[in-house]
Design a protein around this ligand. Structure first.
Ligand code: PMT
Length: 218
């Protein structure tokens, strides 16, 4: 039997949204279901990898055999990723909230007569931090955009020091958040651009991981 393509490789994958608490019963989050990241974890496992999955709150079950680290906030995801970053490949399919409320109220906030304001502060950028400290590691990001897909994705590829970035126009039907399919274009550090049709998220996972295998073997 031929060895599996990712046998002996350690992969760290992130998936899902994060939640940023406003008070004990309210939070700010986004539409990520975790499906994209979980599909990558499943296919990576089938390809023989040792898989750690850092996941925000989702309703899907982690594939059997994956080491699951559940987190809630972006700061928790940051800490979990930093604690587990000694791997061969990191793939960041999660959608971490970029901002959090400056203060979390310990009591439920009471209704006010008129409007209310929530001051937000910036969360750490996990992928950017990984890009700054990476040495001999493959770093793969996603870019969720609603406009200027190419320019913004290339900006993130460079700014976060990635090996390649998987860009999805999340405003497009069949792409992005929550559904079972995605429409992606991969921008590679080597200058290539590869666009794909609408595919099941598992097929997108296979494409992403085949590129990882290709890059690990050069
Ligand atoms: O989970 P699903 O419902 O299946 O949806 C899939 C998806 C749309 C969430 C996925 O395909 C996707 O695009 N994930 C990236 C979402 C995102 O946060 O994109 P971004 O362009 O804002 O961030 C760029 C990259 O930086 C991402 O790899 C992200 O994980 C990372 N990031 C972002 C913010 C932050 N504070 N830290 C990060 O590491």
């Amino acid at each position: 039997l031929a060895p599996k393509a990712l046998a002996g490789k350690r992969l760290l994958i992130t998936a899902g949204p994060t939640r940023e608490s406003i008070d004990p019963v309210r939070y700010i989050s986004n539409e990520s279901s975790g499906k994209m990241g979980y599909a990558i974890a499943k296919v990576a496992l089938e390809m023989g990898a040792d898989v750690t999955l850092v996941s925000g709150p989702t309703s899907i079950k982690a594939p059997e055999g994956v080491r699951l680290i559940p987190v809630v906030s972006t700061q928790e995801m940051f800490d979990a990723v930093m604690d587990n970053k000694e791997v061969d490949v990191i793939i960041k399919a999660a959608a971490p909230a970029d901002y959090r409320p400056a203060q979390m109220s310990l009591e439920k906030i009471k209704k006010k007569d008129s409007s209310m304001q929530i001051e937000m502060v910036k969360n750490p950028d996990i992928l950017k931090t990984l890009g700054e400290i990476k040495t001999n590691q493959l770093l793969v990001g996603f870019a969720a955009e609603t406009q200027n897909l190419k320019a913004y994705a290339l900006g993130k590829l460079n700014e976060k020091n990635l090996d390649f970035i998987v860009a999805n126009n999340v405003a497009e039907k069949g792409a992005g958040f929550d559904g079972d399919t995605n429409i992606v274009t991969i921008y590679d550090r080597n200058g290539t651009e590869t666009a794909y049709d609408c595919l099941e998220k598992e097929q997108v996972a296979k494409i992403v991981l085949d590129r990882v295998v290709q890059k690990l073997s050069v």
